[in-house]
Design a protein around this ligand. Sequence first.
Ligand code: PHE
Length: 340
Amino acid sequence: MIEQLDAIHQEALSAVAAVHDEPALEDYRIHFLGKKGTLTQAAAGMRHVAKEDKPAVGQKLNQVRQAITGLVEERAEALLAAKDATAAKGIDLTLPGRRPQEAALHPLTQVMHRGISALRQMGFTLAAGPEVETEFHCFDALNTPVDHPARNEKDTFYFADGHLLRTHTSSVQIRTMETTAPPVRIIAPGSAYRRDEIDATHLSVFSQMEGLYVAEDVSVGDLKGTLERLFHSIFGPKTPVRFRPHFFPFTEPSFEIDIKLQPKGQEARWIEIAGCGMVDPNVFAQICQSRGDDLYDPDKVTGFAFGLGLERLAMIMWGIPDIRWLIENDHRFLGQFAKA
Ligand code: PHE
C-alpha cells in the first residue's frame, strides 16, 4: 500500500503542471482528494493492512494527503497571481494615485452644528415647526398686531388661503408652548422667508435659530448668561458681547446683541448678531387661552427667547462678503471649507 500511495503522489506531482485554470484545478482536486478520489479510495484499503503496519501506512497516507492538498493550494495561488497580473497589464502602478476630493459640511451646517452643540450643553433640546404657517402662529400669538409692517403683503409671502411662509422661526415658540408643559428649553433651527430684494446681505429664504426657555423665575440674568456663553463658545471666550435695548412685539424688555470682532486687516467693531428678550406676558396669556389651562400663567412663569440668523453668523465667522455665495453651490467657494 505504501507503493500505491507513492504512485498516487507521483501522479499528483506530474499532473499538476497541466492545470491551467480554476475548473481544471477543481477537477484535479476531486480526482485525488474527492469522496471517490484515488487517495480516498486508497485510504479505504487501510482496513486490510496488518495491525503492526498500520502506524507506518497511516503516516504515509497523511503525508501524501498533505502533499496533494499543498499542491492544490499552491496552484490556486499561482492561478490567482496570474489573473492579477493580466488585470494589471498596461496599468502603471508606480504612477501617483488620484485622491478623491475631500468632502465637507456646508458652512451654514457647520455654524448650525456649533450653535446646537453649545446650546445642548446648556440643556436645550431640538424642536421644529412648519414653514407654511398660520397668521396666528407667526404673528397674532406673538403679540404682533394686524397693522404691523412685517404682516404687510410687501414683506411676507402669503398663500391664497391665508397661510404664509413663516417670516421667522419664532412661530416654533408658540407651537412648542401649545403642546408642551413648562419648563421648556428648546432650540429650533430652520428656514424663514421674507419678500426681500436679493442682494449681498439679503436672501428671500434664509436660516434662523430660535431659542426659548420658560420656567419659574427665569431672569434677564439667565438670558444674558446663556447668550454670552453661546457666543463665547462660537467666537472664543474673550469675545466682548453687549446687549442693546430694542423692540420686538413678543418680548419685553427686548435687546439686540452685538459682539465685538476684529475682521482681518480691519479695526475691531461691534457687529449685530441676534435679537432676544423676555417673553412678553401677552404671549403667555395667548398660550393659556389656546391651551385652555393656566400652566403658562404669566404670574407663574417667565422666560426668554432669542433668534439669530445663521447666514449672518457664517459670514462673520469666515469673513464671507456676499450672502449669495452660501446658496450658489460653487465648488471654488465651498471647497475652501473642506478640511485639509
Ligand atoms: N424673530 C426675531 C427676528 O426674526 C428675532 C427674535 C427672536 C427676537 C426671539 C426676540 C426673540 O428678527
